[in-house]
Design a protein around this ligand. Structure first.
Ligand code: KIV
Length: 267
């Protein structure tokens, strides 16, 4: 299994890092089989798997339940669990306890948390001090949807760009070993990636980050979400219902089951 040191070395060698989300046993198995470097059990789980309107309703129990399944499906891949909304906002004791649960109960190798404010930096320091590797997440952080007034590209003005690049440096100083950059202009993705020594992983952050992450269901066309930064490598929203419809029709027309699918067929 790759480790925090492997990802650092990959950045140094200029090798792109691949991260994909997975939420259950079969998706984890598929991602591991594909050879992705890291798996993220993201709180996008709430939207793509649980049908919530946004990620804010995802709970610690949701993430633990799904991380356990992912761990069983991908025993040899580095797994990061997202810290859900409210799990790292109250006080440092609760924050550390929640991070411990993701590592000890769920089997994750690291945790990820959104934001770069002073209190987020304190949370990062506290978790790292518990020997838990932390991935930070800056830019269009979905847990800030109400504050941002929607899912809007961040860091567009000079001032906003400067603020994000300063936050990124502070995050590195706080001890994060990696940072996800989401929904920012390409030039800012490049600047932060050049300024930091830790790897940057982009999603809608252009071509120059040290690696890329995509949501499993978006990449495979199995969600209702098709932002500019997603390329459909499959279209499961079409192929899966079509296969299921064919099965329903086969049952109705008595084409399924056939003799070969029957135990001790009568003739
Ligand atoms: O929850 C998630 O899947 C994420 C990725 C989009 C980076 O945070």
């Amino acid at each position: 299994m790759k480790s925090v040191t492997s990802f650092q070395e990959m950045k140094t060698r200029g090798e792109k890092i691949t991260m994909l989300t997975a939420y259950d046993y079969p998706t984890a198995r598929a991602v591991e089989k594909a050879g992705a470097d890291l798996i993220l059990v993201g709180d996008s789980l709430g939207m793509v798997v649980l049908g919530y309107e946004n990620t804010l309703q995802v709970t610690m129990d949701d993430i633990i339940h799904h991380t356990k399944a992912v761990r069983r499906g991908a025993k040899d891949t580095f797994v990061i669990s997202d810290m859900p909304y409210r799990s790292f906002h109250l006080d440092l004791r609760t924050t550390k306890e929640n991070a411990f649960r993701l590592i000890i109960e769920a089997g994750a190798n690291a945790v990820k948390l959104e934001g770069g404010s002073e209190s987020r930096l304190e949370a990062i320091r506290a978790i790292v001090d518990c020997e838990i590797p932390v991935v930070a997440h800056l830019g269009l952080t979905p847990q800030s949807v109400n504050k941002f007034g929607g899912y809007k590209v961040q860091g567009k003005s000079d001032a906003a760009s400067e603020q994000l690049s300063t936050m990124a440096k502070r995050i590195e100083e706080a001890g994060a070993f990696m940072v996800v950059l989401e929904g920012i202009p390409e030039a800012l993705g490049r600047k932060i990636s050049q300024e930091l020594t830790i790897p940057t992983i982009g999603i809608g952050a252009g071509r120059h980050t040290d690696g890329q992450v995509l949501v499993f269901h978006d990449l495979l066309g199995f969600s209702d979400f098709k932002p500019k930064f997603v390329e459909l490598y499959e279209n499961l929203n079409t192929t899966i219902p079509k296969a299921l419809e064919t099965w329903c029709n086969d049952v109705r027309e008595k084409r399924f089951p056939e003799r070969k699918q029957v135990y001790f067929p009568e003739e």
